[in-house]
Design a protein around this ligand. Structure first.
Ligand SMILES: NC(=O)c1ccc[n+]([C@@H]2O[C@H](COP(=O)([O-])OP(=O)(O)OC[C@H]3O[C@@H](n4cnc5c(N)ncnc54)[C@H](OP(=O)(O)O)[C@@H]3O)[C@@H](O)[C@H]2O)c1
Length: 291
């Protein structure tokens, strides 16, 4: 799908590199079709040495070489980046943004451009095991949608949604998700150390238990509650532990945490859209009802 498609990465940090590596690893294009831009020449040398791609510290020069322009800078620098490349973007370009919290309307306005894909990846993308939720504008052609899907598959799985509103939900569930999982893993490892295992052994037990449970859930096709019941003998150890987890409000805490992340994501999106229009009236979620 990407044969002879020229890809430019504006911002070539962790995610930019993960995408370059994934696209090349899947033989979607040859390195000659990829241009990376980044402010640091030293970073450019690293990418050229590792992947043989083209590099320039000049975003405008990079964009001029592109069919698909991937925006992979941090949200704080995006407004300036958009201003900088605006005149170099042509109507035939597809803009693919992975920038968290930046709405399609803000990118469209910043670039005066219509064909835009917006995505929410997550950190396991760095080993091609991520999941990315994405959407697009009506101006994106069928061919460009396939190109976007191919690039995103280089980061792991992808889920297309029609409504941009799902991007804030995805931010709270899968985008922020690795933070919840890592905290859960850390807590289990610490509990193992509390019992008397060495940290190294506790880590092995927890990581393999997590991985095995995920693989088992995927392969068995059973509802997760059925799988949980399978390890919960009457009057047994799991029943005892689960009682304590429910009593401690684990489900409620998780639900509230994810709801709070969702509210925060919507707020950050509102804020960046308002700032682009010099509007300072957006309320912080602390002042909103978090139910
Ligand atoms: N990491 C994730 O798993 C993840 C998940 C979801 C979404 N995202 C989104 O992905 C985007 C990139 O994240 P990341 O983790 O790859 O960040 P990162 O490693 O900091 O990469 C951003 C790169 O952009 C460069 N940069 C800074 N100013 C620039 C400019 N004016 N023009 C071009 N490049 C510029 C930075 O260079 P310097 O370091 O020299 O400043 C850096 O190399 C963010 O918007 C983030 O919200 C990331």
């Amino acid at each position: 799908m990407l044969k002879e498609t020229k890809l430019t990465f504006v911002g070539s940090g962790n995610m930019g590199e993960a995408m370059i590596k994934g696209v090349l690893g899947r033989n979607l294009v040859t390195p000659a079709y990829i241009t990376a831009s980044d402010p640091r020449e030293e970073r450019g040398r690293e990418l050229v040495d590792r992947y043989g791609v083209n590099f320039t510290p000049d975003n405008v020069e990079a964009v001029k070489a592109a069919d698909v322009i991937v925006l992979s800078v941090k949200p704080q620098v995006l407004p300036d980046v958009l201003k900088g490349i605006r005149d170099a973007v042509v109507p035939e370009n597809l803009i693919l943004s992975i920038v968290a919290g930046s709405r399609i309307s803000a990118i469209a306005q910043g670039l005066d451009h219509e064909a835009i894909v917006r995505c929410m990846p997550n950190t396991p993308a760095q080993i091609a095991e991520g999941i990315t939720v994405w959407t697009d504008t009506p101006a994106v052609t069928e061919e460009q949608r396939d190109q976007a899907r191919s690039v995103l598959k280089a980061l792991g799985e992808e889920v297309y949604v029609k409504d941009e509103g799902y991007l804030d939900m995805a931010t709270a569930l899968s985008g922020t998700g690795p933070a919840y999982i890592f905290l859960f893993m850390e807590a289990l490892i610490d509990a193992g150390v509390h019992l008397g295992f060495s940290r190294h052994v506790a880590e092995r037990l927890v990581l393999q238990t997590m991985r095995g449970s995920v693989d088992f859930a995927r392969q068995s096709n059973l509802h997760v509650a059925q799988l949980r019941n399978m390890v919960t003998s009457p009057g047994g150890t799991s029943a005892e532990a689960l009682y304590q987890l429910e009593k401690g409000g684990l489900r409620t805490v998780l639900s509230r945490a994810i709801w709070a992340a969702y509210q925060k994501s919507k707020y950050l999106g509102d804020l960046s859209a308002a700032e682009a229009n010099n509007d300072h009236s957006v309320e912080h979620p602390d002042e909103l009802e978090l139910s």
